[in-house]
Design a protein around this ligand. Structure first.
Ligand SMILES: [Zn+2]
Length: 262
């Protein structure tokens, strides 16, 4: 008797050591896949901005005008399902124009997960769906040894262009479950005292963002505002207004202190 481990295997599922797959509930083919040229070091999360049927249609990459694809999709059904659309050994077109640290286009270095939600900035994510996202993410992170700071929102890597998975996405809960980065409260409190007296200039903020990984094009007020907004969508979701207030800057400083200390 042959047992296929790791969910629905497809013809493209060669399984070199350390790659493998999440045991998905459903497997569909995606036509927008490319060979990888670099190892997998990032996990990027998205919301679909479309209901399940049309999201599946789009993400299978069948539209020649919009060659997009994704590795996994988590549905918003009462009992959410995980769809696998592309084998992890391939890269898919989910990030578009994107940057983080020294990586210029994130598709090659990443695995992407789409989460069905029409707009994660206005619509809530059901608990059961988030539990599935955590399960898929933990599995990917462990198999590829992805660092906490390399689990990112599409909005983190495409500043001013993308807003997903949105400010309702519970990043703190994910971090508590072992998925992604989160600052320590004591560090935030300490830095907040410092920055309440003195908000850094745009060029100082530019450097702080770059230290963490964000890639604003320049230190002009408009660009910094977009970067602050992207940052708040991930790390200070109670108020996403693009304003570098003391709390926002303190969170950024606390993240750099925790993860980027030399
Ligand atoms: Zn996206």
């Amino acid at each position: 008797m042959s047992v296929i481990l790791g969910g629905c295997a497809t013809q493209t599922d060669k399984k070199p050591a350390g790659v493998g797959t999440y045991p998905a509930d459903e497997c569909l083919s995606c036509e927008a896949i490319m060979p990888r040229s670099v190892p997998i070091t990032y996990l990027i999360l998205h919301h679909t901005a479309a209901p399940l049927p049309s999201a599946l249609e789009i993400l299978r990459g069948k539209d020649p005008q919009h060659k997009v694809g994704i590795h996994y999709l988590v549905s918003d059904e009462t009992v959410p399902r995980v769809f696998k659309l592309a084998s992890e050994e391939f890269s898919t077109s989910h990030a578009g124009r994107s940057k983080w640290l020294s990586v210029k286009s994130m598709n090659q270095a990443s695995i992407g997960i789409e989460i069905v939600n029409l707009d994660g900035n206005t619509q809530l994510y059901p608990k059961a769906q988030i539990a599935k996202v955590i399960s898929v993410s933990l599995d990917i992170i462990k198999r590829h040894n992805i660092p906490a700071t390399n689990v990112l929102a599409h909005s983190d890597i495409a500043i001013g262009r993308k807003v997903d998975p949105g400010s309702n996405f519970p990043w703190k809960l994910l971090a508590e479950s072992g998925v992604g980065a989160w600052p320590d409260d004591a560090d935030v409190a300490r830095f907040k005292i410092l920055y309440t007296k003195n908000i850094p200039s745009n060029s100082e903020l530019f450097e702080m963002f770059k230290t963490y990984g964000y890639r604003p094009e320049n230190s002009e007020t408009k660009t910094i505002k977009s970067t602050v907004e992207a940052f708040q969508r991930h790390f200070r979701t109670s108020k996403v207004n693009g304003e570098a207030d003391a709390e926002t800057v303190a969170i950024l400083a606390a993240l750099n202190f925790k993860y980027r200390k030399k």
